[in-house]
Ligand binder design. Structure first.
Ligand code: FES
Length: 518
């Protein structure tokens, strides 16, 4: 499943290491996640679900859905799409016996379920008392997710306090831009990201950007990520990799670095640029291994050089679905079809024309009805829609071994909620977003947002929002003087112009609902 040749990307794999999957040695490379190493070795079922023992694989590949939880070095419930391999690492499937592929619990479950449907034990075993105690004990043995840890961290008490001007959470296009533009004017910046590299979603975007020259039109996303990273390196920015922020408490950030060291960050300003996560879709069997989010497939294929399968069905014809279809074909993966529930294609005509020329049918007014397969995707059934209702008898079987859901993103808003920002549900911006002014400052003084977490848009606008937020933080802290103010105002005007195109109409309507006076 590993890609060796690609027309655009070059995969520089790290040192070869051995990891153990249920005691069996498998080959992996430093710098790749456990999830991608397992996929590269043909392992697609990672665990079983807690309740019905249904097979589980990965979905989002960016640590947001918890579908990929496994036991790693004795610690249960680890999201293996965010854990990087180390030589000798022990990986185990959980909630299954003897393993997730051939799970006896799943079989027992389906038999027991006929007599005692799920949940009936709450009433069934109350009497007699002796039986209740016995049964409760047995049921408790099966409850919970994973087993208690067999290992504990040996580096107890490691803790660091960091004082900085601006703390930026998220190292994608918005976060990096905020860091660069504030550091350029002398602000002391700490930039945190969950990954061991910066770039966010840009690292998987192999297509060239549209727009004008000043918006880096004609440049590929991966190249833009490289340019931004270089700028971050050249400035005196404190970058914290593999750092997960778990909360903001009265302006103080709590984070964990490399799963071991606790960080207390005391900033004067905060920029949250945590991006977005993928939405899923409701259809029969939508939890089978082989049903992936579009970004998950891009991560696996474009970042780690591993094929998601041999033949895919794409659900959703927005730009992400269309671009992904083309990227799959570039990597030598067939695309059976693209289905779109709307009566017209959602993305740019140019992307649709490209994949049609390559022979991929696009079914508009169609949706996926079910994924076919028991342990993994072995096909799909699609159906025609009329007035948003399925047309009986119009079902069609699609030959595929994976299904990619490209139906949109929602802002990763949890930290903002937790920090106390006033939030609003704005469908035009993708879901729950914070109320803020035109510089990105939320209702919590000194806490800014930029990028997809503020509303789902293109990477170009994310970068502009990042620059504005970074500059405004720097200005408020006394850096940059008139020059910084002039630059910030120019970018605000530029962003407004950029949104005045036909695709910006929706965004502008959404912004009207959340923007308040600065
Ligand atoms: S959290 Fe790992 S696949 Fe979503």
């Amino acid at each position: 499943m590993r890609l060796t040749k690609h027309p655009i990307l070059e995969f520089k794999r790290g040192r070869e290491v051995t990891i153990y999957f249920n005691q069996k040695p498998i080959k992996a490379y430093e710098g790749e996640t456990v999830a991608s190493a397992l996929y590269a070795n043909g392992i697609t079922t990672f665990s079983r679900s807690f309740r019905f023992h249904r097979p589980r694989g990965f979905f989002c590949a960016i640590g947001k859905c918890s579908s990929c939880m496994m036991e790693v070095d004795g610690v249960p419930n680890i999201r293996v799409c965010k854990v990087y391999v180390r030589d000798g690492m022990m990986i185990r499937t959980q909630n299954s016996f003897p393993n997730a592929d051939k799970d006896i619990f799943g079989m027992i479950d389906s038999i027991i379920d006929r007599f005692y449907p799920h949940g009936s034990h709450y009433k069934k075993f109350n009497r007699p008392k002796a039986l209740r105690d016995f049964v409760t004990k047995q049921i408790r043995n099966f409850a919970g997710i994973g087993n208690p840890p067999k290992a504990v961290f040996d580096e107890k008490g490691r803790y660091e306090e960091i004082h900085t001007d601006i703390a930026i959470i998220g190292g994608g296009p918005a976060g990096m831009s905020a860091a660069i533009f504030s550091a350029r004017f002398g602000a002391k910046v700490t930039l945190m990201d969950e990954n061991p590299f910066l770039g966010g979603q840009l690292v998987k975007q192999t297509h060239r950007f549209f727009g004008s020259g000043k918006h880096r039109a004609g440049t590929r996303g991966i190249k833009i990520a490289e340019l931004l990273r270089k700028e971050v390196e050249e400035l005196d920015i404190d970058v914290r990799y593999e750092t997960k922020v778990f909360g903001i408490y009265n302006g103080i950030i709590g984070a964990v670095e490399r799963d071991k060291k606790l960080l207390k960050i005391v900033p004067k300003k905060i920029v949250v640029a945590t991006g977005a996560y993928e939405r899923t879709l409701i259809f029969e069997n939508n939890d089978l291994p082989g049903v992936y989010g579009a970004g998950g497939v891009q991560t696996l294929m474009n970042v780690f050089g591993v094929k998601p399968g041999n033949r895919g069905l794409i659900v959703g014809s927005g730009n992400v679905g269309l671009i992904l279809s083309y990227q799959l074909m570039q990597a030598g993966v067939e695309v059976s079809a693209v289905v779109e529930a709307m009566p017209r294609i959602g993305g740019y005509f140019v992307h649709a024309a490209k994949i049609r020329r390559l022979g991929v049918p696009i079914y508009v007014s169609h949706t996926i009805k079910r994924a076919i397969g028991k342990k993994k995707v072995e096909g799909a059934e699609i159906v025609r829609l009329e007035n948003w209702r399925e047309v009986e008898g119009s079902e069609k079987r699609i030959d595929c071994d994976f299904i990619c859901v490209a139906t949109g993103l929602s802002p990763t808003h949890e930290l903002l909620y937790q920090a106390g920002c006033q939030m609003k549900f704005v469908p035009e911006l993708g879901g729950l977003v914070p109320v803020r002014n035109r510089f990105g400052e939320t209702t919590v003084s000194g806490l800014y947002v930029a990028g997809d977490v503020a509303g789902i848009e293109e990477a170009t606008s994310a970068m502009m929002e990042g620059r504005i937020a970074g500059l405004d933080c720097a200005i408020k802290l006394g850096y940059g003087g008139d020059e910084a103010v002039k630059l910030r105002n120019e970018i605000v005007r530029d962003l407004k112009e950029f949104r005045e195109g036909p695709f910006g109409e929706r965004i502008l309507a959404g912004l009207k609902k959340v923007e308040v006076e600065a």
